[in-house]
Write a protein that binds this ligand. Structure first.
Ligand code: PMP
Length: 358
């Protein structure tokens, strides 16, 4: 392995040098059920129409008008209230980083339940905020008393609530969420990456609470490769956070592809419907497997506890199925695998591969 020459190591942050990069498993040749992607490609006629649209995009110009049109189309799609605004990120990953940057006042804290999405802690570390993680209960509900005590103690600038949560897949009690929002001294972000598969959302909270932001992404909708995330909140707040966004962060090709997808939102809604039905089929089949405990899900993933996650993960791989072994991420996830809901055929193969462990 090459080591960095001293004079270069000296100028790079120590904490960056000792951190792990965001890990992406090699997936070539596998049935890929590890990253909550929509498993359906566009039908061929739409793919062709999209290609023609992209062929006409003015790539020699910086992004401008079409990005504004995308913001307007997303606002209509989400039902954004009048006094609210929306900003775009290169995936919601970028928005998470930008928000931490905007709130980086000395001593600022970012608080989130654990286990949760890893980017919250990572954004805090990189921007110099303190991260406080509050464990969920053993069945992955919010521990409301612990959350309220931690909020009281740490006075966080930002609280993240992923609704549904990753990797647990569940929605939390709305009563607890309301009390947490009321107690939070700073911003509360409802991260709704999995909203296309959930039975409830937080749009009504935008009207009730000036400190609430709702973050969404087109990734789970069906555009993970396109990288479009959006964050909604009161206009005055969004205007401030939007100042830290790098200029032209949304490529013209991404904006055009996202506009095209929104024009065909009914096709994506149909795909989400199939995924929700498949989730139900998987839940029933997993519940019938001895030793396997699936947890309730409102997302396009199911967290399952198995007798030996390492061995089961390896056996699934031998059968050509790639899932995510999340056991090491948090003690509460002991022996847990996270299964993304795929196409009906992929799900059947995953169930067969799981049965090979029995
Ligand atoms: N929020 C949550 C809860 C997620 O699970 C993910 C990705 N898996 C993201 C945000 C980031 O999504 P993206 O950057 O693709 O928009």
């Amino acid at each position: 392995m090459n080591t960095l020459p001293d004079r270069i190591a000296r100028v790079l942050r120590q904490d960056v040098q000792s951190m792990h990069a965001y890990a992406v498993q090699p997936s070539a040749g596998f049935i890929k059920l590890d990253a909550m992607e929509n498993p359906f490609a566009l039908p061929a006629h739409l793919q062709q129409a999209l290609g023609e649209r992209l062929g006409r995009v003015a790539m020699h110009r910086y992004p401008a008008g079409r990005v504004d049109e995308l913001k307007a189309a997303l606002a209509r799609h989400a039902g954004l209230p009048e006094d609210c605004a929306l900003m775009l990120g290169n995936g919601s990953d970028e928005l998470i980083s930008l928000l931490a940057m905007a709130c980086d006042v000395p001593g600022a804290t970012l608080l989130a339940p654990l286990p949760g999405f890893v980017m919250y802690a990572m954004s805090a570390q990189l921007q110099g905020l303190r991260f406080v993680g509050v464990p969920l209960t053993a069945d992955f509900e919010l521990d409301e008393a612990a959350m309220l005590a931690a909020i009281e103690q740490h006075q966080p600038a930002i609280v993240y609530l992923a609704y549904p949560n990753n990797p647990t897949g569940n929605l939390w009690s709305d009563e607890s969420i309301e009390r947490i929002i009321q107690a939070a001294p700073g911003l509360v972000v409802m991260d709704e990456a999995y909203q296309p598969f959930a039975s409830r959302d937080s749009m009504a909270r935008l009207a009730r609470w000036p400190q609430v932001l709702v973050m969404r992404t087109m990734s789970k909708f069906g555009l993970a490769g396109v990288r479009i995330g959006y964050m909604m909140g009161r206009r005055e707040l969004i205007e401030q956070v939007d100042k830290v966004r790098p200029p032209y962060n949304i490529s013209v090709l991404n904006a055009e592809a996202a506009l095209f997808a929104l024009e065909h939102a009914d096709e994506y809604a149909r795909q989400a419907g199939v995924i929700r039905a498949e989730r139900q089929r998987l839940m029933a089949a997993l519940s019938d497997m001895p030793g396997v405990r699936p947890f309730p899900s409102e997302a396009n993933m199911i967290l399952v506890r198995v007798p030996d996650a390492g061995a089961w993960f390896a056996r699934l791989k031998q059968h050509g199925v790639l899932v995510k072994n999340v056991s090491a991420l948090h003690p509460l996830l002991h022996n847990c695998l996270r299964l993304t809901v795929g196409t009906p055929e992929e799900n059947t193969q995953m169930l067969q591969a799981l049965k090979a462990n029995l």
